[in-house]
Design a protein. Structure first.
Length: 201
């Protein structure tokens, strides 16, 4: 828990983050059968947070109930996650199940020039018809035509060999767009637990 340098400091004189680490360390003494943790990394620096994560993951013989607003924390530490909105549980399952069931699948971001808009839309409709435009956002005002436009798409079908040919087929098609100079850059991201939480909230 990186509390060694404060071994001679009274608990009341510790910072908020170090007090939280001290409380966690005290509660874990003796490897309890079940542990209840409420926002354990609030106010804790990133390095100490990772140390705490490793410590908690090492408690193989203990069960843990964790409350947090940080979805990366929940995904890293929890086998099962329940999302609560207005005092009621709205979903429950493993992080993977929640992302698959409630997530929006894969999101594709394309950055292109205004001059290639029509050609790009034609190619997308003919070669990648399973992309659906989510939003369009210009990095500058509409009157600026010499700077890239960023457009976000969502994949309407599951990424697998039986539907759209798999993720590799999507990446190949996007890379072809870049080779043909229709896009300057692209990104493909999977739905995160954070996005699922935000959708429910």
């Amino acid at each position: 828990m990186d509390l060694g340098p404060y071994s001679d400091t009274k608990a009341k004189n510790l910072s908020g983050g170090n007090k939280r680490k001290l409380v966690c360390a005290m509660s874990l003494i003796g490897f309890p059968i079940i542990e209840f943790l409420d926002e354990p990394t609030t106010g804790v620096d990133p390095v100490s947070s990772r140390s705490l994560f490793r410590l908690l993951k090492g408690l193989k013989d203990s069960s843990m109930v964790l409350t947090t607003h940080r979805m990366d924390e929940a995904e890293s530490l929890c086998d099962n996650v329940a999302i609560q909105v207005n005092g009621r549980f709205v979903c429950f399952g493993t992080p993977g199940q929640l992302k698959h069931t409630y997530g929006k699948g894969y999101t594709v971001g394309l950055k292109h020039m205004k001059s290639t808009t029509q050609a790009l839309e034609f190619v997308l409709e003919s070669k990648i018809p399973y992309l659906k435009k989510a939003e369009a956002q210009k990095t500058v005002g509409e009157e600026e035509s010499d700077l890239p436009i960023e457009v976000t798409y969502v994949v309407k079908d599951d990424i697998n060999g039986a539907t759209v040919g798999g993720l590799s087929a999507l990446l190949t098609a996007l890379n072809d767009l870049k080779k043909d100079l229709l896009v300057k850059d692209f990104s493909v991201t999977r739905a995160s637990l954070e996005s699922v939480f935000i959708d429910f909230a």
